[in-house]
Ligand binder design. Structure first.
Ligand SMILES: *Cc1c(COP(=O)(O)O)cnc(C)c1O
Length: 388
């Protein structure tokens, strides 16, 4: 849905609560209703009220698309059945023979999609360490049409300078897309630094309650709106009205949740950094993070994602079995603290050598700090670490 009339110049929290979500004109309902209708009554041949068939558009989904476009500062939002469905839609912009420069440590599912599926359709990929913009520059070919990055990366929290990479892209007339899942638009808005397209797995912080999958593409150009609307209609991998409604509900509290995630994240990082059983913590909010200054420039908070080293797989296993408040599980961005072993979950598809090359050791543990009472999270981590 293109966000022309229904977005505002208000502050972030006000937009999160109101943009795309005017009271229902028919009943005055303050919340956007859950429109469970596959089809809509027409008023004559080619005459409709804006909706005809729910694969093409649905009022609940439209409200969410307007909301997310507003929060990222883009022109249009397009939601899909999962984050992976959104990334799949992104690459339908490309034609056989086109080339993509992609971060070499993006989400594992993205790597799998590009290198095992999309590559078979005649699209070529170069995998580069985008934390150095020079590497992006060197990888660009005459056929390059897209540069896709993720910042910070999972789980080592390596940053890419969005402004610097966007400058390289624009010099060559190439679109830049950013997977902004880890920070949410509350802490990082890539379009403000020159990115052309922002992608999220809404499954994570945007929904925030670990109860639904979803993905979004926010575009900045009319051709993005046209392409992404077309692919929603043609492939049908759209987000259901119910999941759209859940995310609308989640987004209303995004600002307060993110502030608490950030406060708890900083406290957990500081605690782990001084803990005798932990040899290293990767968190952009720590001064020890090699890109701490860049983090301060392009993010307005540090969030709650981090990873830390406990020395061995056996230690990681003990820790994950000993936690009581934290839950050993994949995914991230929910209100609950989730803790996981990267080598055997998100990065299981890589060979041990590939993992070693990017720094994912057997003793590396990732944590998505939730918004429980911080004292309970710290006490839980402490008792679990004492058992190593
Ligand atoms: C989870 C995730 C995805 C994939 O999203 P799904 O909703 O699981 O399909 C993509 N990128 C990042 C950074 C993620 O964390």
């Amino acid at each position: 849905m293109v966000s022309d009339m229904t977005t505002s110049q208000h502050g972030f929290s006000t937009r999160a609560i109101h943009d795309g979500q005017e009271p229902d004109p028919l009943t005055g309902a303050v919340n956007v209703p859950l429109y469970l209708s596959s089809t809509y009554q027409l008023q004559g041949i080619e005459k409709h009220r804006g909706w005809e068939y729910s694969r093409v558009s649905n009022p609940t989904r439209d409200a969410l698309e307007t909301s997310l476009a507003s929060l990222e500062g883009g022109a249009s939002g397009h939601v899909f059945a999962s984050g992976m469905a959104a990334i799949s839609a992104l690459v339908t912009m490309l034609n056989a023979g086109d080339h993509v420069v992609c971060g070499d440590n993006v989400y594992g599912g993205t790597t799998r999609l590009f290198s095992q599926v999309i590559v078979r359709h005649g699209i070529e990929f170069s995998w580069v360490d985008t934390s150095n913009p020079e590497n992006v520059c060197h990888a660009i070919r005459p056929t390059t049409k897209l540069v896709h990055i993720e910042t910070p990366t999972n789980p080592l929290m390596t940053l890419t300078d969005i402004r610097a990479v966007a400058a390289v892209c624009h010099e060559h007339g190439i679109d830049m897309s950013v997977d902004n899942t880890f920070m949410s638009p509350y802490f990082q808005r890539p379009i403000e630094f020159g990115a052309d397209i922002v992608m999220h797995s809404t499954t994570k912080f945007l929904n925030g309650h670990s109860d639904g999958l979803g993905g979004v593409l926010v575009g900045t150009k009319p051709e993005h709106a046209e392409t992404f609307r077309m692919v929603q209609k043609c492939t049908g991998g759209i987000l259901s009205p119910f999941e759209s409604w859940l995310i609308l509900r989640g987004v209303k509290t995004l600002a307060v949740r993110m502030r608490q995630h950030d406060a708890n994240g900083r406290a957990v990082a500081a605690f782990l950094a001084q803990h005798p059983k932990v040899s290293h913590v990767s968190y952009p909010g720590l001064e020890s993070h090699p890109q701490h200054d860049l983090a301060k420039r392009q993010m307005s908070g540090f969030g709650s994602m981090m990873s830390f080293e406990v020395g061995s797989r056996a230690n990681a296993d003990k820790l994950l079995q000993a936690v009581r408040v934290c839950t050993n599980g994949e995914s991230l961005g929910g209100v609950e603290t989730l803790i996981s072993h990267s080598a055997t979950t998100t990065h299981a598809a890589l060979s041990p050598e590939e993992r070693a090359r990017i720094g994912i050791t057997e003793g590396l543990v990732r944590i998505s700090v939730g918004i429980e009472d911080i004292d309970d999270i710290l006490a839980d981590l402490d008792q679990a670490l004492q058992q190593l």
